[in-house]
Write a protein that binds this ligand. Sequence first.
Ligand code: GUN
Length: 292
Amino acid sequence: MKIIDGKLISTQLKEEIAKKVKHIVEKGKRPPHLAVIIVGEDGGSQVYVNNKIKACQLVGIKSTHIELPVETTENELLKRVYDLNNNTELDGFIVQLPLPKHINEQKIIEAISPEKDVDGFTPINIGKMVIGLDAYVPATPFGITELLRRYKIETAGKKVVVLGRSNIVGRPISILMSQKSDIGNATVTVCHSKTPDLMKITNQADILIAAIGVPEFVTADMVKKGVVIIDVGTTRVKSDQTKSGWKLKGDVKFDEVAEKAGLITPVPGGVGPMTIASLLYNTLLAYKKKQL
Ligand code: GUN
């Protein structure tokens, strides 16, 4: 078994982005600019957003952090989105999810200008991605394709099984991997909570992508020897072994599955670190498109 080191690959990707940003600034131009809106005080979201802002600083991307109180109304948030859509000094922005219950997430996503939608969540970007047009690919699927690409994992003609059909991971990665592209040309099966004989399907996978958010769901008897495992799960579970009192668990029972796998992403240190690097990549892309 070999580990797919997401921390290492994300560091390489960030270094490449930093070099490109440095080159832009050296030419006397303004750096790329990302804004992040967060509504309310969800602890997990605050950690993610702070990490996104820190990563921007690391690579030289300008960032604006907009923190709004939990009682912000849907109309107030829509107004913020319109303001950012019209801000010519801004290349891209994201609205951190989840939003408080009184705000319709889909309505907010649909208000984001597709040109600035560096999360790749708007229907226009998703639609473009589905038919293979140039689009912002959501961070986690992009991160997965980058790991497969940089580890030179063959996907053409392989059987890929995706566990989960979420809009931000399962659905887009299943589409990308079935497309006629370098990290594509695979035969993809999407499994979900209503899939019968799951074990029979997962046991045929050459590449298994687990994105269901159920800690340690995938066990050794569910996979064949030599499988490539991409574990997207990051569930916080209580732990008395850490200072913080919790630790991250993947969707895969790592120790037993790792013994059988050819390659496997750990949690933490696998897919997770790639997502922020992917957001920075999309921001640089948005900047470049604006300069054209
Ligand atoms: N919440 C969890 N992941 C994401 C993400 O990639 N983008 C946004 N906007 N919110 C999230």
